[in-house]
Design a protein around this ligand. Structure first.
Ligand code: MN
Length: 297
């Protein structure tokens, strides 16, 4: 299977967990073609990353990209543009299809099952689970800047299967760059807005189990956890963040796949804690509240 994944150097812990789970769940890990888009990683980062996944004997190509160079004119996330490399990865890939995944997932099935996927002629496949534009954060943008209505589908970009034959034939990357240029000041949810703008009416649905969102304060049922093929740790904190083991219910699930290895220095952990301090406080408060409700009922 052709797979691509990308992150800044601050996302390496999540990225290693994502790939470790993918490789552990694969019958023939060496058969995958994995491209890791390294957004401004140092050589020390790369060595640590390689050492962590060495034992799987996987075929992993590291590719250096400076996303600020290509995407710096678009709205960034605290000075980070690496999320937009999702739009670049099909350009870097050969073959019939490409699975691009976020770096905050656990993959619990053999992704080879997606080889020769039937796209039904559509350009991509993704998980919408019945979501529509009306309830998305991009509602205004998608209905005003694009010819879409509130009732059109909305999908999460954390797991995207690209139909590379159509991608190449229709020069999709050029279309994306032109669209991004035109709307550079108003794109609300980064690459996810762009993908929905172009493909809301041109994607085929993957079942919910291919991108199951696990929010920090949530406690999904055992059945859901077992049935999910891909768990997506959306929002902050992530299970591997500082304090994650105390406040994220998904910590054990993540730990079981990764042994808890993290890739940030103490200084970086402190900076990360500071930047997500509000999310940590919110998660703690939500947990206290739900415990209280439980004990009262
Ligand atoms: Mn994500």
């Amino acid at each position: 299977m052709n797979i691509s994944i990308s992150s800044s150097r601050y996302g390496i812990t999540g990225l290693v967990g994502t790939l470790a789970s993918l490789l552990k769940s694969s019958q023939t890990p060496a058969s995958h073609n994995i491209t890791v888009i390294c957004c401004d990683w140092t050589s020390k980062d790369k060595n640590g990353f390689k050492a962590a996944l060495l034992s799987y004997g996987a075929n992993i190509k590291l590719l250096d990209v400076s996303p600020k160079y290509t995407f710096g004119h678009l709205p960034g996330l605290f000075g980070d543009w690496s999320t937009y490399t999702r739009l670049l990865s099909p350009e870097l890939s050969e073959g019939r299809e490409l699975l691009h995944i976020d770096a905050d997932l656990l993959i619990k099935f053999d992704v080879s099952a997606l080889e020769n996927f039937n796209f039904n002629g559509k350009a991509i496949a993704a998980v919408s689970s019945g979501a529509i534009i009306k309830y998305s954060n991009d509602r205004k943008f998608l209905t005003s800047a694009c010819e879409l209505t509130e009732e059109d589908c909305y999908f999460n970009a954390g797991v995207v299967l690209y139909n590379l034959e159509r991608w190449r034939k229709e020069k999709t990357y050029q279309r994306i760059l032109a669209f991004a240029e035109k709307h550079k000041d108003s794109i609300p949810v980064f690459d996810q807005s762009i993908l929905n703008a172009l493909f809301s009416k041109d994607f085929t649905e993957l079942g919910w189990e291919y991108n199951f969102p696990w929010y920090p304060e949530a406690r999904p049922s055992r059945e859901k956890q077992v049935a999910a093929k891909i768990i997506h740790f959306v929002g902050s904190p992530k299970p591997w963040d500082p304090f994650g083991r105390f406040i994220h219910y998904g910590y054990k699930e993540w730990f079981d796949y990764t042994g808890g290895a993290t890739f940030l220095s103490l200084k970086e952990k402190i900076l990360r804690t500071y930047s997500i301090r509000r999310s940590i406080a919110r998660t703690v408060l939500k947990r206290i509240k739900s415990r209280k409700q439980k004990s009262e009922s």
